[in-house]
Design a protein around this ligand. Structure first.
Ligand SMILES: [Fe+2]
Ligand SMILES: [Fe+2]
Length: 287
């Protein structure tokens, strides 16, 4: 029965060179995309430093999803055509997907977690629109949702042995992934790991906070609307058929129970379906 100490967990996470690479591109892209004095040339220069990201970004921009009439040949052109926010979202999705596709993760699990993260983003945006929620920076919603479970990908990558043990504990019990991680990682879990990494990447505080508390929002000291949205959107993903991981048992969380009403809310479901259909082609071109 494998158990890692809290210190072991962070020693292994800290040794991951991939986190530094992801930090280098994503944090800088977000900073420039959100800087009022940032220019398309500056943003393009940062993206171009990561050739794999730049290539994937160009092929996605030229995919049928965007339906552009002419071929976009440079990153700067892509920034001008799509806008800063869309390029930020796209770059993040590509970088995270790349990160999720680590060799240590089984192919099916990669897709499952990535789809869960993307659907969480769609559900979160739909919740904000449908219930007219205020006080949330619209640029943060998709980013926070996309990254809310990034700690799971990091755990898979940094400690595949422990990740397999977490799965075994889940399969042999009624524990959720969060609680199985707490047992195997001696109190650590994907929320604290994800929050640690996003702190290293200098992401906005509200996003770090949402990643850290998305399973325990009642323990949050401050009232952060973004956290509530991510918490509910995450639970909604299970009702919508996009769990982060397939298990025999339903996730035994209060949030899961309390989100059942969304399934019967026609405005929410309609908004979700429309958004999901619109993004389907984008998922295909990213995968
Ligand atoms: Fe989670
Ligand atoms: Fe999740």
């Amino acid at each position: 029965m494998l158990r890692l100490s809290y210190e072991d967990v962070f020693e292994r996470v800290g040794a991951l060179t991939e986190l530094v690479t992801l930090a280098g591109s994503v944090a800088q892209i977000m900073r420039i995309a959100r800087d009022p004095s940032g220019t398309a040339a500056k943003l393009a220069a940062v993206i171009s430093r990561d050739p794999a990201l730049a290539m994937k970004l160009l092929s996605t921009v030229n995919s049928p999803f965007y339906g552009l009439r002419r071929t976009i040949e440079t990153i700067e052109d892509a920034v001008v055509v799509l806008g800063f926010s869309e390029v930020e979202r796209l770059s993040l999705a590509i970088s995270v997907m790349k990160h999720f596709s680590a060799r240590t993760i089984r192919g099916q699990a990669v897709n499952q977690l990535f789809m869960h993260s993307l659907v969480c983003g769609i559900a979160a945006e739909t919740l904000v629109e449908c219930f007219q929620l205020r006080g949330i920076d619209s640029d943060d919603i998709f980013t926070a949702a996309l990254l809310h479970d990034v700690g799971k990908a990091i755990i898979w990558q940094a400690m595949p042995d422990a990740a397999r043990e977490v799965m075994a504990v889940m399969e042999g019990s009624h524990l959720s992934q969060f609680h199985a991680e707490q047992e195997v990682l001696c109190g650590a879990n994907h929320c604290v790991v994800g929050a640690w990494a996003s702190g290293e990447w200098n992401l906005p505080t509200s996003i770090i906070h949402s990643i850290q508390m998305h399973h325990t929002p009642l323990e949050a000291k401050n009232d952060v609307p973004l956290l509530k949205v991510i918490h509910i959107a995450n639970a909604a993903c299970y009702h919508l058929g996009f769990p982060a991981v397939k298990t025999k048992t339903a996730p035994p969380t209060a949030a899961y129970e309390s989100c059942a009403f969304l399934h019967g809310n026609e405005t929410f479901m309609q908004g979700f379906r429309t958004r999901y259909e619109a993004k389907r082609a984008l998922f295909d071109s990213l995968a």
